[in-house]
Design a protein around this ligand. Structure first.
Ligand code: PLP
Length: 367
């Protein structure tokens, strides 16, 4: 049993060795170049492009701004078809660009956008599809790409959960017209706060680079109405340190997730994410669906909480039931997302989570 008073959170940020980070900071005290695409920023873009195997990558101060800026750069209009089963950031990025999110229901097996329902939602106003590789489960990328091509729609992925994942040997961040990554402290790879856009068309890079820096092209040329989305050198240095440990980090997470799977797979009334052939996983999250289990999701949540284990009802409520969207939408229009949001519990996953604690969590669920 866990020590009394020991609190287990759903995630725990990776920290590189303290000395490795502070050694990098020394250079900043010498150069006094603290932000505005300094050496660490450039080096991190270079290393991430290589690690993720993508053609182009632009860093941002955070993932949300990266997503907002993709939408601005693409000059999207009208409506964007998206999922209601995600972190609010995905939807807010659309709304804050003064566009209308149109919610498409999700697949019951992997919780990603159900591509079979997309075409019915396309109107003359539709300009893009914004899908999410939720929990690192890959969207049906080939089918979505085909729909995008057929209807002349841009395809954007919120790949905040999919860092480092590959499908049939291709980086998940390389699908669609652009993918957003989040490097928030709670993600598998982090820069404290941070994010990036991955894309194939260099012309988009010109716009992203400009828009994240007030639209400044050079000292006397302001071509775009941009904001400030620059990643600073302290963030980039953290990223460079953390990137050295990413494989190790994912390997440790893998052990945790396999442990959970061993205990919970095949239990009646419990569903896990499906195994996807050809997927290199990052083991970022471990969602469990309680569907016809003798305990409800909320009962499991409470039982764990009493033992000091803080699982997350992630994602609940679904977006079209959230206060700021509830007036304009009816969550009953996306029944699968609505049901899953009430059945899902995301269990703690981080590299140092001990096998004993995983077992204790499973015992609490199963006993
Ligand atoms: C974390 C996250 C974001 C936002 O990223 P930030 O870097 O925190 O701004 C967006 N979408 C999803 C699905 C996320 O999990």
């Amino acid at each position: 049993m866990a020590d009394k008073g020991k609190e287990i959170r759903v995630t725990r940020s990776f920290m590189p060795p303290f000395e490795e980070y502070t050694a990098m900071l020394k250079k900043l005290w010498e150069s006094r170049w603290l932000t505005n695409m300094g050496d660490y920023h450039q080096e991190l873009e270079r290393q991430l492009k290589k690690y993720l195997n993508v053609d182009c990558l632009t860093l941002f101060a955070n993932g949300h701004l990266a997503l907002e800026t993709i939408i601005q750069a693409m000059e999207l209009t009208g409506e964007i078809i998206t999922t209601p089963f995600t972190f609010v950031s995905t939807t807010h990025a659309i709304t804050r660009n003064h566009l209308k999110p149109v919610f498409c229901d999700i697949r019951p097996d992997d919780f990603t956008l159900d591509h079979r329902l997309i075409e019915d939602l396309i109107t003359p106003e539709t300009s893009a599809i914004l899908a999410v590789h939720v929990y690192g489960n890959p969207c049906h990328v080939k089918e979505i790409e085909e729909i995008g091509r057929r209807h002349g729609l841009k395809v954007i992925y919120d790949a905040a959960h999919a860092f480092g994942e590959e499908l049939d040997g291709k980086s998940l961040a390389a699908f669609g017209d652009a993918s957003m990554l989040s490097f928030h402290a709670t993600k598998v790879f982090h820069t404290i706060e941070g994010g990036a856009v991955c894309y194939g068309n260099p012309a988009l890079g010109y716009l992203l680079d400009g828009l994240k820096n007030f639209g400044i092209i050079d000292e006397e040329t302001i071509e775009l109405v941009g904001g400030n989305g620059k990643m600073n050198e302290f963030q980039a240095a953290m990223g460079l340190c953390n990137l050295n440990y990413i494989e190790q980090e994912i390997e440790k997470r893998r052990a945790v997730v396999l442990n959970y799977e061993q205990r919970l797979k095949g239990v009646e009334g419990i569903r896990l994410s499906p195994e996807v052939p050809g997927l290199k996983r990052n083991y970022a999250y471990f969602p469990v669906i309680f569907d016809g289990y003798r305990l409800s999701r909320d009962q499991v949540f409470d039982r764990l909480a009493k033992a000091g284990i803080h699982a997350r009802k992630y994602f609940y409520p679904c977006i079209n039931a959230c206060g700021c969207y509830a007036k304009a939408y009816d969550p009953a229009d996306t029944p699968v997302a609505l049901a899953v949001s009430k059945q899902v519990l995301t269990l703690p996953v981080f590299a140092q989570l001990e096998q004993e604690t995983v077992n204790e969590i499973c015992d609490l669920i199963l006993l």
